[in-house]
Design a protein around this ligand. Sequence first.
Ligand SMILES: Cc1cc2nc3c(=O)[nH]c(=O)nc-3n(C[C@H](O)[C@H](O)[C@H](O)COP(=O)(O)O)c2cc1C
Length: 335
Amino acid sequence: MDIGSLKLDGFTALAPLAGISNLPFRRIVKRCGCSLVYSEMVSVKGLLYNSDKTYSLLQSSIEEKPLSVQIFGSDPKEMAQAAAIIEKLTFNQNPSVKVADTIDINFGCSVKKVIKSGAGVALMQNVANAENILKAVRDAISIPLTIKIRSGWDSSGKDAFKIAEIAQKCKVDAIAFHPRVASQGFRGKADWSLIGKLKANLSIPLIGNGDILSADDGIAMMEMTGCDGVMVGRGAMADPFILSDIEKIKSVGKLEQNRSLEEIFSVMKGLLISSVEHFGELPACKMMRSRLVWFIKGYPECSKFRRALTNIESMSQAIDIINEYQSFINNLNRQ
Ligand SMILES: Cc1cc2nc3c(=O)[nH]c(=O)nc-3n(C[C@H](O)[C@H](O)[C@H](O)COP(=O)(O)O)c2cc1C
């Protein structure tokens, strides 16, 4: 799949996940295999006020490229200014390489505070402002521009179809579509039929999103809707290999072998180590207390493993607990 001038190796994307898709997590998913990673949503206001916290969300590494940086806001001028700032960011160690390969605008966030500010899915209600934003941002940057939308405010999908039509007119390069309405949050089911309907009327690439919890789900969405690419969020939190599995099944028809335990525990340790490097030991350990268990949900006695992690404060403590649990599982498998 190509997104404007950006040529991707495949067609899968890690979804933007506020609080989750930070640099360490994106690195891990990228290592497991995926074509494009999205940053957490970045506040345009925070960026223009030079907030350190906002700038920290823009940290990247060459190994995770290509990266889509997602912004949220509601004022066309501010959005354009922020997009131009992001486009100019380069890597310290390689100033000729840009951090962002694409900029994505958030049209889907349904968090109350974001909607109240007129951003996120509120943009799908205010079509005139949405158009002004798209024009302003398009004029401000030369790298590809994408948007991520929901169904909108009712289940017919008419808001999504309208915004997509405007986006195409404003030379947006691709659209990611999560077909749930604003009031749904993440409840109920994503209505994949709307992805198919939108695809039928769109000439730019459409990336389908919502409820892909297994590689087979990803293939099913592509077959059912004809979408050009797939984006996975929560499914990648449970199984960071899901995106590469979708790509493999699509190219060779099936997965050659099951994931080894070794690989799964290596991902777990990789996330821990990368998080410690990025956030510092104690903050990373606090974060990992609830996250390391994501990768082994449903494994024997995984609740014991989770409990053992509850108070970890150092990386060596965490590694010992992981190694102990890994040996326990290996022994079980040998019996
Ligand atoms: C914890 C969490 C954080 C999210 N943060 C963002 C975000 O920053 N920007 C965005 O566009 N969507 C965000 N989303 C929505 C996801 O990108 C995605 O559209 C949604 O989870 C549906 O896909 P899934 O079923 O594969 O998870 C978030 C979802 C979750 C669960």
